[in-house]
Ligand binder design. Sequence first.
Ligand code: ADP
Ligand code: ARG
Length: 342
Amino acid sequence: MTYPNFTKDHKSLMAKYLTKEVFENLKGLKTKNGFTIEQAIKSGIDNPDSGIGVYAGDEESYTLFAPLFDPIIEEYHGFSKEDRHKSNLNPSELNASNPDPSNRYIISTRIRVGRNLADFPLGTSISKEQRYEVEKIVSTTLESLDGNLEGRYYPLLGMNEEDRLSLVQDHFLFKAGDRFLESAGLNRDWPSGRGIYHNNEKTFLVWINEEDELRVISMQKGGNIKEVFERLVSAIKELEKRMKFAYSEHLGYITSCPTNLGTAMRASVHISLPKLCKNMELFKSITNKHHLQIRGIHGEHSSSEEGIYDISNKRRLGITEVECVQDMHNGITELIKVEENL
Ligand code: ADP
Ligand code: ARG
């Protein structure tokens, strides 16, 4: 492989940090699962509009290809290679009263974490058989949960198209055909091995074998952030009793995209801010101050509709789960205050 032909449109952190020298050092190297730098950077080359542009094949990718991953991780999370990740899943340490008790702005709250099984490669380099094995292990484990986490697994394979589309439309299920995941090899053998588990109320859901092997999700209508966090923590604790997840002292939970390392947590609200969205400069100054990211109503790479945004914590590594949710809570509280004064 030769050094990629980056154009002025390639704006990712990968394009920024993959210098000729770094490339020369990394080309030809393979992790024990056979993952190469060529595979790692393919999505960012195929998709010039990538913000990050790189994926890992396994935990080893983060050390073997550290000259590329380290500066990307440092710039995205503000986390240096000497730092150690920390965790805090204690809901009593979260200071988060409902920022919108009269239900005027917040439509729904969702908190998710990514997880991958310790004994398997990540989805970028997993085989079809291993993916099936992951599906079997995770879905069987989930179906052993009880109480408010009790539910059923619905594989994508054989799901009727109407049901699938309505789950996507209602924000419960991942979409199909994401071009960033496609180039990263994460859509291979679609739809086999993929699916969704959820309880009856659809307040606890788990995606299986999308970008990560598990995406554990707690969500509900309204702005009761604490209740959403508590449900998620109880689910994580139950799952950790039953499965071993890929984890490193340095990087926390190992995920296929470096933006998700650490807590692997994205805590978001869908929120309507009809006045503030007319002043994007002010809007962004508040989200930046609280380390928040603005997404559209159908998730990443979608746009806003009717002034409704998905606002979430941006940092996930080097801060605890409680801090991720606290960032989101504090920022949302300020956004609502400013909206009310406009
Ligand atoms: P992820 O959060 O898993 O990284 P996406 O940005 O693609 O990925 O979001 C996945 C789905 O979750 C999308 O349908 C999105 O609209 C939905 N979603 C995100 N936040 C919320 C929220 N607070 N309330 C309802 N749905 C949400
Ligand atoms: N690879 C895409 C990009 O670089 C997405 C990065 C972050 N999002 C994610 N779902 N991992 O823009």
